[in-house]
Design a protein. Structure first.
Length: 270
């Protein structure tokens, strides 16, 4: 046996007897590992819209077997931007602010904080969330973190799709607007947020960030002038903890849109 071959064989033997390398570490999960909660109401003929807005319509184009022997289904739909679970782009109430397609995705994905005012809203359909409510939340759960998505739970999503109970009236048309009664965010609280906290977005489980009797929509204007988008008509906020959930709220990407249908989900902490 040549010296060269002997050394090669011994090296092979040593490598074969060596301890196997440790297994590779499992890759970190891409998403938090908790349960997924749907925060959106489905769009259908029962979806609630502002009394003056066009409602959601689904028109069946095809539904059946084709001459080729296979099944085929297709529909057309039409809808106002602002109805059902939807996103308000800042341009909705602030000239020159971001339209739907210009909102940075980082503002639509992030840690959620849920301010629960259900007891107060059950007693007063016209309740407006106050600075005191926000400060009480922080006293109990710590400061609202930068880039958080602030969600206001009024409990009104449990009234969906009964427009009379959810909006305060089931009537349609301009005359119905004066009869709207549902909770919202007080302008003083909106002003406190933009002055003292750096939230990425705000959401609520009613038809508007401002309460139903608002005529000037001050809270919309205060938030949207700072390019803070809004999520309206959210669902199932009762399943989220005050802190720890992670929200993904992606609208239909309408170029130049002032709003868009929204599919929002929350990932719960384990």
């Amino acid at each position: 046996m040549s010296r060269c071959f002997r050394f090669s064989f011994l090296a092979f033997l040593a490598a074969s007897c060596a301890a196997p390398p440790p297994p590779a570490a499992a890759p970190a999960p891409v998403w938090p590992a908790g349960a997924v909660v749907d925060l959106s109401h489905p769009f259908d003929e029962q979806s609630i819209f502002w009394p003056t807005a066009d409602r959601f319509r689904l028109q069946k184009v095809a539904d059946g077997m084709t001459p080729g022997g296979y099944y085929y289904a297709a529909n057309s739909f039409s809808t106002a931007e602002h109805g059902g679970t939807h996103l308000d782009a800042p341009v909705h109430f602030a000239k020159g602010a971001n339209a739907v397609d210009a909102i940075p995705l980082e503002q639509l994905i992030g840690a959620a904080v849920v301010v629960d005012v259900t007891a107060k809203c059950a007693a007063d359909a016209d309740y407006r969330v106050t600075v005191g409510d926000l400060q009480a939340f922080e006293l109990a759960h710590g400061p609202i973190p930068d880039r958080a998505i602030l969600l206001i739970r009024t409990g009104f999503s449990a009234r969906w799709p009964d427009a009379g109970r959810y909006l305060g009236t089931a009537e349609r048309g301009q005359s119905a607007v004066a009869k709207l009664h549902f909770p919202g965010l007080h302008p003083d609280a909106a002003a406190w947020l933009v002055a003292n906290r750096k939230i990425a977005a705000a959401g609520i489980d009613t038809a508007s960030m401002d309460y139903g009797q608002s005529t000037a929509f001050e809270s919309h204007r205060i938030l949207y002038e700072r390019n803070i988008p809004g999520f309206e008509n959210l669902a199932h906020l009762d399943r989220l903890p005050p802190k720890g959930a992670y929200v993904v709220a992606l609208p239909m990407n309408i170029r130049g849109g002032s709003g868009a249908p929204l599919r929002a989900i929350a990932l719960l902490p384990r």
